[in-house]
Design a protein around this ligand. Structure first.
Ligand code: 5AD
Ligand code: SF4
Length: 453
């Protein structure tokens, strides 16, 4: 880039792995055009905020950061601000941006990331403001570049969107209907990643269990006979030479097939961990959430998984304080947590997402009741997590070393097959390697160990 041309960018990503993966694509597109990454927003010529609608107070944080960026723009008019991601798929956000933040240079959504190079070109070359958000997704676009965060592990999208419409959730509105990538595209991407040194892939989808089930436009839909469903895809990826670990996120309990449970037994590369959001232990609330399973069906599923794979780690998501949640409903959740013995849980206070059916329910729970229940749930969950982690003591675990600890540069950190964080003393040569670690201590949020290989 010439001196007077913008040449560096900074992307701030909020929310889930889907967004992280999208940011890698945006970074890849900029890197392909000669842009480099800046260390901070202030140092950058272009700042991109990739937003999330799921996390609490996402709007407040987002508009707060925009306020800070406005100051930079006032000092340096050539500074470019682009915003994208799930929040942009909500009309009320676009309206606020247009009325209160008209100085934002580029607004695009989750469905037209592939068009980002043309959009940013329009902004840079013509110095015009662009708002281009597609209401609906087109066909899956393949072959986009990516600047990956890690050389040894990678996220791989296998499908986009969600058809489930859980009544609390905004995702079906911001990410559109389910579209699956073709298996050959996924396998070829994984082969290329492995050739470049990747050992672990995490397959991403809002509900990976319905991979290949629903089609949209020209995207992949498994033929009825011998089609490649999600488990079939895992079997195929298990054959990729040089790949060592396969993970996936996220599974909906209603669609978890026996075929997938079998894959856990047959596929040596498939990590023995499943994230299986339950959301609530009350069948009554599960119905109101439109989850399509009962407490008993969920527990039965866990039983089947543990019978097939005795040492499988199971993690979950739980929402506390969904509208109408009674003390009985909540005690059903505590009971389920106790019975299921989750390895860990992400716990969320229910909060209203504009435009979802649950936002209109009149029996919203008070903040104080929500917090009080939340604390009880976290206490129970932490006790179970600590106990399970303690049972790892004296075992030897295979750990993919990811880097140094944030607080201590001589301590290295990585994850077991079961996704537990392990801290140990090591050296930089171990980063990206899978090493054997003897666990010396199991704590609530991590394990400590010593490298033995
Ligand atoms: N309130 C609280 N938690 C929510 N989640 C999704 N929507 C909401 C909401 N409105 C949680 C669910 C989901 C996780 C990613 O976020 O538990 O599984
Ligand atoms: Fe949201 Fe439910 Fe779809 Fe998950 S399955 S993304 S919670 S609608």
């Amino acid at each position: 880039m010439e001196n007077n041309q913008p040449s560096s960018f900074f992307i701030q990503t909020f929310g889930c792995q889907m967004n992280e993966r999208d940011s890698e694509t945006i970074a890849g597109m900029l890197a392909e055009r000669g842009f480099t990454t800046a260390k901070t927003k202030k140092d950058a010529d272009i700042v991109i905020l990739n937003t999330c609608s799921v996390r609490e107070n996402a709007d407040k944080r987002f508009f707060g950061i925009l306020g800070q960026l406005k100051k930079i723009k006032e000092e340096r008019p050539s500074f470019v601000v682009a915003v994208c991601g799930c929040m942009m798929q909500q009309q009320h956000i676009i309206d606020t941006l247009k009325s209160k933040y008209p100085w934002v240079d580029l607004v695009f959504g989750t469905h037209n990331i592939h068009a980002f190079p043309q959009l940013i070109e329009g902004v840079l070359a013509e110095r015009k403001k662009i708002v281009d958000v597609w209401e609906e997704a087109g066909a899956v676009v393949e072959g986009l570049p990516a600047k990956r965060l890690y050389p040894f592990k990678a996220f791989v999208n296998i499908m986009y969107g969600c058809n489930n419409f859980c009544t609390y959730c905004i995702v079906p509105y911001t990410r559109g209907r389910e579209r699956s990538r073709r298996p050959e595209e996924i396998i070829s991407e994984v082969e290329q990643l492995v050739a470049a040194g990747v050992k672990e892939v995490t397959l991403l989808g809002q509900n990976v269990n319905s991979y290949g089930v629903s089609s949209h436009g020209s995207d992949y839909c498994a033929p009825k006979e011998n089609g490649m469903d999600f488990a079939g895809l895992i079997y195929a990826l298990n054959e990729v030479d040089g790949l060592e670990r396969i993970r996936f996120m996220t599974s909906h309990p209603k669609d978890l097939s026996d075929h997938l449970i079998q894959a856990f037994r047959d596929c040596d590369k498939l990590c023995k961990h499943i994230h299986l959001p339950v959301q609530s232990g009350s069948t009554n609330l599960l119905k109101k959430m439109n989850r399509n399973y009962t407490k008993e069906q969920y527990l039965h599923l866990i039983e089947k998984l543990r019978k097939a794979v005795p040492d499988i780690a199971i993690t979950t998501d739980i929402i506390v304080g969904f509208p109408g949640e009674t003390e009985e409903d909540f005690s059903e959740t505590l009971d389920l947590v106790q019975t299921a013995q989750f390895d860990s849980a992400f716990t969320f206070l229910y909060s209203i997402r504009k435009g979802t059916p649950a936002a209109n329910l009149t029996d919203q729970i008070s903040e104080s009741v929500k917090h009080e229940r939340f604390n009880r749930l976290v206490e129970l969950m932490n006790g179970i997590t600590a106990q399970i982690n303690k049972s790892y003591e004296k075992t030897v675990q295979k750990v993919l070393v990811e880097g140094t600890s944030k607080t201590d540069k001589t301590t290295y950190t990585g994850r077991t097959d079961s996704l537990k964080i392990v801290n140990f003393k090591g050296n930089s040569a171990l980063i990206g390697e899978i090493v054997e670690v003897k666990i010396t201590e199991g704590k609530t949020f991590s394990l400590t160990g010593e490298v033995i290989s």
